[in-house]
Design a binder for this molecule. Sequence first.
Ligand code: ATP
Length: 462
Amino acid sequence: MAEKEDNLMEKIVSLCKRRGFVFPGSEIYGGLSGTWDYGPYGVALKKNIENSWWKRFVLDREDVYGVDAAILMNQEVWKASGHVATFADPLLEDVKTKKRYRADHLLETAGFDVRELTDLEMDELIKEKHITSPDGNVLGPIVRFNMMFKTHIGAAEDDSAISYLRPETAQGIFVNFKNILDTFHPKLPFGIAQIGKAFRNEIAPRDFIFRVRELEQMEVEFFVKSDTWKSHFDALLNQQLEFLTHDLGLSPSKIHIVDVPAADRAHYSKHSVDTEFDFPFGQKELLGLAYRTDYDLNAHTKASKVDLTYFDEENKERFIPHVIEPTFGLGRLFLAVIADSYREEGEGEETRVYLKFKPSIAPVKIAVFPLLKNKPELVAKAREVYTLLKKEFGTVMFDDNGNIGKRYRRQDEIGTPFCVTVDFDTLEQGTGVTVRNRDTGAQERVTEGELVTYLKAKIFVD
Ligand code: ATP
C-alpha cells in the first residue's frame, strides 16, 4: 500500500512538471529547497481555488471585508504577536554530520504520538528509545529555531532596521482592524479576509508543495463578542467543510476533523480544530480553525498604545472583540485537489491517465478540435466554434495536433472536462458537434445552437 502511494506521489510530481502545473523553483541553478514555481495550468488551477474561496468567504457574504496588506511589516508587529519569542520548531542536531532535524517529525516517523509532549519529554523519549538520526548517529538536545526569515530594511544593518517576511497573513489583518472600523463602521460580528504570501524557514521542506518555505495563505479573522464564539466557530467549521467538498469537490471520506490538544496549539489559541486530509503520504493537516480570543488585538493595543476597542452602540459598551480564524494553505489545497483527482485506467500502453477535477475548477474547461488538421473547412469551422466558446468560458483551448486519440489523452492529463470535435457531419448535415466527456469517454452530439447552454449546465452544475 505504502509503496503504491509513494508511487502515486512520484506520478503526480512528474505529471505536474511534464504538463506545466508546477516546476521546481530556480531549476536551472539546481533548484532552491522549499520553493516551487507554478506554470500556466498550475496558475489557472490555483486561481480557480483562490477565487472559489474568495467567493465563499468574502463575495457571497455581507459581513467580510477584504484587505491586501504589505508582506514587510514593522518588526514591532512580530514582537507584539509573540512570533519573535515563540514561533519556533523543536530542532535536533546529528552530532556527527551536524544535519538538523525536527524532533517531532523524527519521533512521529518512529511511531510515537508527540502531540501532547513538551520538549523535555521529547528529549527523554529520544534517549530512552535510543532514537538516532536518519544517518544512524546520536542526536543532541532539542533547541528551538525561529522560523521567521529576517531581513534588513534600507541601507542600515542595525537592529532598528530588522524586518521579517511575514510568517502568516493574519497580522496584516490585525494591524488594519482600526482602519476597517474607521472607514466601514461594521457591526459585530464581522470578518476581515486576506489572501497572500507567507514565509516560513522550515527545517525540512518536503512532500512536494505540502511543506514549503514560501507559501500562500487564505485567512479570515472573524471578530465576535466573546460569549458567542462557539456558535461562530461551529458555523465557520461548517463553511470550511462546504468549501472543501462542494466548491472543490474533494472526497468527504478523505477529510478528517481533528481537535488539537492544548500542548500542540499555537501560543495564541484557546481552541483549535485542524482539518486533515488523506494525502498519498498519509493523513496530514490541510487547514485550520483557531479561536484566537482577544490575544492579538490586546497585544497590539499594549504594544502600539493605539486604542483597538470596538464600541457597541446598543449596549454602549467598549471592548476588544474576540476572533475566530479559519486559515487555509493554498498549496496544500492544490495538492489535495490533484491527488484526489488523479485516475488511471487500463494497463501498459493503453493506460489512460486523467485528472477528475470538478469542472468548475478545471484549469481548461473545454478543448475544441477539428477532426482533421489538413481540411481547411474543418479547421475554419472549429476555429469559429472555439471563438464562440472562448468568449463564453475563457479558458478554452484549440488543438489540431496529432490524431484525435492523442488529443483526448493530452486533455485528460490536464483534467479538461469536455472536448468538442468538429467533423464532416458538422459541415454537411449541420448536425452539430460531438462533445466527449472526460470521465466516461462517452460522446454526445450537440447542435451548435445548444452548445453553450449544454456546456454551461455541465460545467457550473451545483
Ligand atoms: P504544520 O503543523 O503542518 O507545520 P501549522 O500548524 O504550523 O502547520 P498554521 O500555522 O496553522 O500551520 O498555518 C495555517 C495553514 O497554512 C496550514 O493549515 C497549512 O495549510 C498552511 N501552511 C503552514 N505551513 C506551511 C508550509 N510550510 N507549507 C505549506 N503550507 C503551509
